[in-house]
Design a protein around this ligand. Sequence first.
Ligand code: NAD
Length: 444
Amino acid sequence: MNLTVFGIGYVGLVQAAVLAEVGHDVTCVDVDAEKVERLNQGIIPIYEPGLDGLVRENHAAGRIRFTTDAAAAVKHGRILMSAVGTPPGEDGSADLQYVLAVAEVIGREMEAPKIIVSKSTVPVGTCDRIKSKIAGILKERGREDLAFDVVSNPEFLKEGSAVADCMKPDRIIIGTGSEKTEKVMRELYAPFNRNHDRIIMMDVRSAEFTKYAANCMLATKISFMNEMSNLAERLDADIEAVRRGIGSDPRIGYDFIYPGLGYGGSCFPKDVRALIKTAEGVGFEPRVLKAVEERNDEQKSVLFEKINRYFNGDLKGRTFALWGLAFKPNTDDMREAPSRVLMEALWQAGALVQAFDPEAMQECQNIYGQRDDLLLCGTKEAALRGADALLIATEWKIFRAPSFEQMREALKAPLIFDGRNLYDPEVMARHGLEYHSIGRKAVA
Ligand code: NAD
């Protein structure tokens, strides 16, 4: 099937690569000429396990191509998939300028019937807006004869396992009122739907809402658990024991109930805020969502507060080793990462940060540039050298079993502040390391 993907970001590039891999013929179009140029040279702009090889192989096989030529791209696809960004606007609501720009290009350039698939996370009613925008342009062009449909098909991939998620999706949500469109969408996704039926059909508005409800539910689990961890500290209980205790109830489950430094990334923070705005827009007070956001904002400062308290507010001139910059493991994405709140608070207090992350070093450099109070280290061991303490902000696998002996020798003092509860406090005490974590008693 001929397919066009607008927006070669995390979602667009991964979906395009996966759809090409099963045999579809995919044209990717982006307004970022540099990104397109680099992709044509085989340079993949993001880190995502398995993506590199997938894009290169399908590019070499001629099943995927990258262009800035929107007119040719509109012409190519029977299905036009829009996966452009929907960043937060100034008031927190989703900024739809890129989504509507794509609709405008489609309206101007289409010369044959099209199915327009909205992949981006967009507020309820956006597909209707896309529809009227295109219809308006076709009317101006005197081409009301051109049939088109707008489908909501939100994306549920997780950064860090995006390729695997798209290859084996838990569910494929398709929102459309048209049987004809449903058939084409089923054909598009048939290669991913062989084991059992993963497709859930619904109306357009419910599909748009499903994506927000899913992300807000996940954010709620995280904020709830973080609230419990703060309480556990005050009640002298161990949140890790509590986590295992509640996770054993299948109605709760073990997934997504890890206490930590709060959620970050490009989705949860903006989607919770956007749904709050949507709710307010229809005169409804979203009490739970507001609390979820507030708890998360506070949680990002929890580790800094522990450190500041420990050093009695005297952080000026101190050096801290920081393990983990990405907002979660297996990605180089630092958007709204808790590590940033931590680093910025440390800098504000006059401290120096020696940081290491397996994938996000370049991204960190892009964000903060050259500064005297940030040293990006080549290895996790190098980051430890001469530091007053080790701080952990991301639960990368390679941080899980370090040499504690080496750690003790490299650090100026045997002191750890762990925002991800990677280690067993008893083991830390045995190694002579003072260990502060989340929702558990500190050990020395
Ligand atoms: P991104 O910022 O990584 O990529 C968006 C791309 O769109 C950029 O390359 C940009 O240059 C391009 N673009 C902007 N305007 C364009 C236009 N008019 N024509 C063509 N290209 C254009 O964004 P992302 O993280 O891939 O997210 C895309 C959407 O998917 C968002 O709505 C997001 O909420 C949603 N989503 C993201 C994830 C995720 O994990 N990143 C998961 C599920 C859903």
